[in-house]
Design a protein around this ligand. Structure first.
Ligand code: ZN
Length: 153
């Protein structure tokens, strides 16, 4: 799922083509459209080292710093509320990534014993070491190959 944060058209430099910061569970992308081209710069969630907000009189600038040696992504002309949401969202994805190894919540489920998030495909909980029921993944496999039993006969 992509979350888009569009700079306000009333802010400097954003009247015709407002810059868009797009966030999903893998990447933060800065999209700057223009008459001819559309420039996209992207940093993976894994590489984001920090997000800082600089509040001005009217607009907030969001700087997404990266640990990968690439230049930070700068989003200027956001409302203060948008800037806060953008920062929270990135930090939330990062926290999930740190905790579970993936920021994609569709790949996760709660352990029935300790309630920590573990990967859907995991057989053993990495937090409490309990064995996880595997019905969910088994069901998905079975529905994809309905005639598998017959092919052996
Ligand atoms: Zn557990």
């Amino acid at each position: 799922m992509n979350h888009q944060f569009r700079a306000s058209r009333a802010s400097p430099g954003n009247l015709l083509f407002p810059t868009v910061i797009e966030v999903n569970d893998r990447h933060v992308t800065r999209i700057k459209p223009s008459w001819i081209t559309r420039v996209e710069e992207s940093v993976s969630i894994r590489q984001v080292s920090s997000v800082t907000i600089t509040r001005g009189m009217l607009w907030a600038d969001v700087t997404i710093h990266s640990s990968g040696g690439t230049a930070p992504l700068l989003g200027s002309g956001h409302t203060n509320a948008d800037a806060e949401r953008l920062k929270d969202l990135i930090e939330e994805y990062q926290a999930t990534l740190l905790q579970t190894g993936t920021a994609d919540v569709r790949m996760l489920r709660a352990c029935p014993r300790c309630a920590e998030l573990v990967k859907v495909a995991a057989r053993v909980c990495r937090f409490c070491q309990c064995e996880l029921p595997i019905e969910l993944t088994e069901e998905a496999d079975a529905s994809e190959e309905p005639g598998r039993d017959w092919s052996w006969r």
